[in-house]
Design a protein around this ligand. Structure first.
Ligand SMILES: Cc1cc2nc3c(=O)[nH]c(=O)nc-3n(C[C@H](O)[C@H](O)[C@H](O)COP(=O)(O)O)c2cc1C
Length: 333
């Protein structure tokens, strides 16, 4: 939400899909999704009423308000005050929408500029009384830089990733780009399954930074990007995420996807005998290293394998009664 929804004017169509399979066959599974949608154009008052209603109906659940505002301290303060009055539990700040909003110095325009980000995070955290998460853009060379700035400026957590700047395609009939609005387009945000590997890499690097530079027990990391199954969610948690978010998956398959996802996540936990998220959070981070180290490890492993000689090296090594096993050890098939 933002203060003045009247400034948010969406166009239609605003989505474009990428399908797997030969020539993007209409039968292929949807793996990529581009949107040029802005934030919601519903009036702030309507959203605030619904936040209140949600907290009334589900008082034991966590409600996080996603907010963004123009480069204006008083505006941010008013917005934070108004969303907090509804009883929400936390705020996620959208510093990352890559299309439309940056033209108003919002979203990725802030998330890509560490000095601006520090200033705006300072305003927000001086005002907010609930935890604040900064939502990061992947459209930057090193995502750990803005993540570090957000955490150092008082944010309790970071969420990653927002969408990746993209052009879905060009129609070979009309020569016009997709999604096509009155014959024209603008680059938009890419999401869905195809972005999952990129999101995992970004979350991994943020988690490593948080582990080495912050006491990661006091901070929170939310993994986002291409999550459709419990396995996708487990991967983010294995890389250090405390929570996981789903957007395009639910847009395509409905809320039922979340129920299935939770069941699959529980099955994964049962399989490994994990009793809580903390039992496996960040466990896979230790398996990332440098390429130089991979080469060293492989050379060492080859040396070790060569050192293990198969079978008996001389007849002196027959043990007597162990001859059946020793014979087996020298059979090649
Ligand atoms: C149609 C659409 C609208 C979105 N609107 C917002 C938004 O208003 N604020 C925001 O922070 N992220 C927004 N996102 C980004 C998603 O929350 C999410 O970060 C991104 O799509 C990657 O996750 P996914 O692959 O599960 O969709 C939007 C994404 C889509 C596809």
């Amino acid at each position: 939400v933002s203060l003045d929804a009247a400034k948010v004017i969406n166009v239609t169509p605003r989505y474009s899909r990428l399908r797997a399979g030969a020539n993007g066959s209409a039968k292929g599974q949807i793996i990529g999704w581009e949107n040029i949608e802005l934030i919601s154009d519903r009036p702030l008052e309507t959203m605030l009423k619904e936040f209140k209603q949600l907290k009334k109906e589900y008082p034991d659940r966590i409600l996080i308000a996603s907010i963004m505002e123009e480069y204006n301290k008083a505006g941010w303060e008013e917005l934070i005050d108004r969303v907090e009055q509804t009883g929400i539990d936390a705020i996620e700040v959208n510093f990352s929408c890559p299309h439309g909003m940056p033209e108003r110095k919002m979203g990725a325009a802030v998330g890509q500029d560490c000095a601006l980000l520090e200033e705006v995070c300072g305003w927000i955290n001086a005002k907010a009384t609930v935890p604040v998460w900064a939502k990061m853009t992947p459209n930057i060379t090193d995502i750990t830089m803005p993540a570090r700035v957000a955490l150092s400026s008082g944010c309790e957590g970071v969420a990653a990733i927002n969408t990746i700047m993209s052009v879905m395609g060009i129609s070979l009939d009309t020569l016009r780009p997709e999604p096509c609005v009155e014959g024209y387009s603008t680059p938009g945000g890419y999401s869905c399954k195809a972005v999952h590997p990129i999101a995992l890499a970004k979350v991994m690097s943020i988690a490593k930074m948080m582990k080495s530079e912050f006491n990661d027990k006091n901070y929170s990391l939310s993994g986002i990007g291409g999550v459709e199954t419990g396995g996708d969610a487990a991967e983010f948690i294995l890389l250090g995420a405390n929570t996981v978010q789903v957007c395009t998956g639910v847009m395509m398959h409905g809320y039922g996807l979340v129920k299935k996802l939770c069941e699959e996540l529980k099955d994964f936990m049962k399989k490994h005998n994990f009793k809580s998220i903390e039992d496996f959070r960040g466990v896979s981070l230790q398996y990332f290293t440098t390429h130089t180290d991979l080469v060293r490890r492989q050379q060492e492993a080859i040396r070790e394998r060569k050192a293990i000689k198969k079978g008996l090296q001389s007849d002196k090594e027959w043990t007597g009664d162990g001859f059946v096993k020793e014979t087996e050890s020298m059979v090649s098939n």
